[in-house]
Design a protein around this ligand. Sequence first.
Ligand SMILES: Nc1ncnc2c1ncn2[C@@H]1O[C@H](COP(=O)(O)OP(=O)(O)O)[C@@H](O)[C@H]1O
Ligand SMILES: [Mg+2]
Length: 268
Amino acid sequence: MGKVFAVANQKGGVGKSTTVVNLAAYLGSRGKTVLCIDIDAQGNCTTGLGIKKKSIEYSSYDVLIGQSRIQEAIVRTEFKNVSIIPATSALAGAEIEMIDIDDRMNRLKMQLLTCRLDYDYILIDCPPSLNLITLNALIACDSVIVPMQAEFFALEGLSQLMETIKIVRTKFNPSLEIEGVLFTMFDPRLNVSGQVVEEVAKYLPGKVFETKIPRNVRLSEAPSYGQPVMYYDKNSKGAESYELFGCEILKEKPPVKKEKRGLFKRKK
Ligand SMILES: Nc1ncnc2c1ncn2[C@@H]1O[C@H](COP(=O)(O)OP(=O)(O)O)[C@@H](O)[C@H]1O
Ligand SMILES: [Mg+2]
């Protein structure tokens, strides 16, 4: 059965959608079948994976509201082994429309039961809020990946998220895990970066990913071409860092680069 990750942080612009798009592409390239679920009305993950809004028939809105079965909403992307349930702006009204629906916290979980067997990994791209839609993701998932920028006050947001996770654990999803905190747009030259990493590691021991994603212009350009960075510029720092992160998720050692192998031989 596929492992379900929610990629969540109630702060906007921290790299959630970028992480979903690029992790999905890497896992797919490694032969894993991946389903992305975009549950942010902005639809950044949808466009980042090259899906044109006009072409969308059913979206995550229809799935949450019960207007379509999950299978009907899944579309293949042009990237190896990666499918997506896209999001449209209709999702912005979903929370209010769901007020009258029974069991509204468990909508996504129930729908996912019917397709979990079809994928190795399911990645849910959450909105920048701790609303009902994000709760659906936290209840439906096995584990949470938290992208985060190394800034002052980062810890404040993190403790809020951890409180929510605690509540979800006690009331709805006792086996919910925290996969880890992924630092994005990371600049190791800044003092604050090291300080924040240290603080988060103290607050959540063993839960800071080894990989840090640097600020990389290729990563910010790729979505406007509807491509994950490894398809847009496979030699970029962005592609390399998401490859390392993918290996960490797969719990594999990162591959040794050809040029490094070459150096090693020459040294001998
Ligand atoms: N490592 C990075 N380097 C440079 N730009 C990035 C990086 N990660 C994300 N971005 C850019 O920052 C913006 C916010 O990222 P995004 O993934 O959309 O965040 P979120 O989904 O958390 O709101 C986007 O324009 C994205 O292209
Ligand atoms: Mg986003």
